[in-house]
Design a protein around this ligand. Structure first.
Ligand SMILES: [Zn+2]
Length: 275
């Protein structure tokens, strides 16, 4: 059992009294969790000074930060690609100032394109964005999330394919999305084996339960629905060769499900999971 697991909410904890990101981080620390995803899903409204202040508090409190870029992104559509790249790069700039190591985004929709063509378009945009990161000196990974709808680019294999071409692009596993995309099935052992095959020092993932149809994801649920079962994932993680992993709770009850994950891991003998 050598894996180190970090836990925390997608966004400011529900039990946070203050509504600012720095206050959210303080609350995460009070709760004994050690990770938080900063949500820019409806747009990047944070300015650089607040990003800096956020980074200072996260460092003081030892909280691992990630950023979720806006939802309105489609790197497969020529009319949307420019704005999409701007949204991701704006997120990267804030991530740089707050010391967040990764910016997560949903790469795009196949939009009727053959899958290999969609892959080429996303690869091209990722290359261009990676060059900007390099030029600006922003030490931030581009995190391509496994998406929940069959119409969306972003199977684990596709995202690993991009990583193999651009090292700074890394797959972000959303366990519930894989489950929804496969209409209610996930082989945790197999997914973990694929993750291990690229030997990342740190893996960023999202966990919640999920409602789905044949088209994939509908909405997120609390983890007591066992869709999918966190216990199965926990067992596989503790057996795995993964060294370090973050599980961001995207459940409607956010941090409460982080506690549940921590308890379930503890039941399996894991010591840690936050602080
Ligand atoms: Zn996402």
């Amino acid at each position: 059992m050598s894996v180190k697991i970090h836990l925390g909410p997608a966004g400011i904890p529900i039990s946070s009294k203050g509504s600012s990101t720095p206050e959210g981080i303080e609350r995460v620390a009070e709760l004994g969790l050690d990770a938080m995803e900063v949500e820019f899903v409806r747009g990047v409204h944070m300015k650089n000074p607040l990003a800096r202040q956020t980074g200072k508090i996260a460092k003081e409190k030892n909280i691992i930060l990630s950023v979720h870029a806006p939802y309105y992104i489609n790197l497969c559509n020529p009319e949307k690609v420019k704005d999409s790249k701007k949204r991701i790069l704006d997120s990267c700039e804030r991530a740089h100032y707050m010391g967040a190591w990764i910016v997560v985004f949903h790469p795009g929709y196949y939009s009727g394109l053959p899958k290999d063509k969609a892959f080429e378009l996303i690869l091209k945009s990722c290359k261009e964005m990676d060059e900007v990161l390099e030029k600006e000196g922003w030490d931030v990974r581009l995190g391509l999330e496994t998406t929940g709808k069959v119409s969306q680019f972003g199977t684990l294999e596709e995202n690993i394919g991009i990583h193999k071409k651009i090292k700074n692009c890394v797959p972000v596993v959303d366990w519930a999305h894989i489950f929804a995309r496969n209409v209610g099935r996930i082989d945790f052992e197999k997914v973990i084996k694929k993750m291990e095959s690229i030997h990342l020092p740190m893996y960023h993932t999202h966990f919640s339960n999920i409602e789905y149809t044949v088209k994939g994801e509908r909405n997120h649920l609390t983890i007591n629905h066992k869709k999918p079962d966190f216990m199965e994932l926990a067992k596989e993680l503790l057996k795995s060769k993964i060294k370090e992993i973050t599980l961001i709770s995207e459940s409607p009850i956010l941090e409460k499900d982080s506690f549940k994950m921590r308890d379930m891991l503890a039941n399996l003998g894991y010591k840690g999971g936050g602080k």
